[in-house]
Design a protein. Structure first.
Length: 318
């Protein structure tokens, strides 16, 4: 996605002469902070741009500079939008198209060599499970062809028939979703639960003013707001802090103190389930001291005692 934004920024600068953070944020449907990060990345990559300071300032291409990029068709723009996510390109059957586009862009970026040497998008985790997406090609055909879609969808373990108006595809990590409307009401369908699919001949309808990015962002915010919150107070150090930093335990750090002489920080956290907090504390060993709630401390102690008792019972006599 970032590669697509960067190309869009450069082409907008060439056509308009100058752009502002506000203009780009609105046009690309991202925050101003994201725009600033993209501009810094473009500058670091050697793009011929400079910032204009003061009221009404923004960014411009250096005088006499042009964006020498090949014309891209619709499939090539889709491939570019997925950046370096080769797994997603394979899912959509766009790997070959993407390789061609990246090669052409590499040629246009003088002296850069392989574009993977200066720009790589890799959002998938190391261990993320891959879904069955055998119906994705037919769903994709309906989405990009603006045609209605009939599908057999697994809901609560049972197949149900649905005829929908496709609005877009979303890849979150390695999981694909179809956003589609039923009676002009957008809904989300996981592609791995689409058992059969058939793009129909009749054109699809799109709710007036619908924007995929804005709708998806609002759904994510609503989902996050509905998640349960289990508050925990603890002392943590070393590997226990590393786990939290890399998001390994479904936790949010609300606040943390400066490190004490013994290396511990006092943390206020929220977990999406008590079992997650217990697992984090148990596997972290002496790097975590649970302070509250007391019930969780007691549960941790009971679990530790149970493990010790089990180990003693399994000891073999000499």
């Amino acid at each position: 996605m970032r590669a697509y934004r960067m190309l869009s920024i450069l082409l907008l600068m060439q056509s308009r002469g100058s752009v502002t953070a506000g203009d780009l944020a609105e046009r690309l449907e991202v925050s101003r902070r994201t725009v600033y990060r993209d501009m810094e990345a473009l500058s670091a990559a050697g793009a011929p741009i400079y910032a204009e300071r003061g009221h009404g300032g923004g960014w411009r291409l250096l005088e006499g500079s042009t964006v020498d990029l090949p014309g891209l068709d619709e499939a090539q723009m889709r491939a570019l939008q997925l950046g370096g996510r080769r797994d997603l390109l394979d899912d959509l059957g766009l790997r070959g198209v993407a390789d061609f586009v990246w090669a052409r862009l590499g040629e246009a970026h003088s002296g850069a060599g392989d574009i993977d040497d200066w720009l790589l998008v890799e959002d998938a985790s190391w261990r993320e499970r891959r879904d069955d997406i055998s119906t994705l090609p037919e769903v994709q055909r309906a989405v990009f062809g603006s045609r209605r879609l009939w599908m057999l969808y697994e809901r609560s373990g049972e197949p149900v028939e649905r005829t929908v108006d496709p609005l877009g595809l979303v890849a979150k990590g390695n999981v694909w979703y179809l956003v589609a409307a039923v009676d002009d009401e957008p809904r989300t369908y996981r592609i791995s639960r689409v058992l059969e699919a058939n793009a129909l001949s009749e054109p699809s309808r799109r709710p007036e003013g619908f924007r995929l990015r804005a709708w998806w962002d609002s759904q994510q915010r609503d989902f996050a707001d509905r998640l349960p919150r289990h508050e925990v107070r603890a002392l943590a150090r070393g590997a226990a802090l590393d786990w939290l930093r890399f998001g390994g335990w479904y936790a949010t750090v609300v606040s943390q103190s400066e490190p004490r002489p013994d290396g511990f920080r006092e943390l206020e956290l929220t977990f999406d389930a008590p079992d997650r907090a217990l697992a984090w504390a148990f596997t972290s060993g002496t790097d975590v001291v649970l302070l509250a709630p007391v019930e969780l401390r007691d549960q941790l102690a009971r679990q530790a005692d149970a493990v010790l008792a089990h180990l003693r019972s399994c000891e073999q006599p000499e």
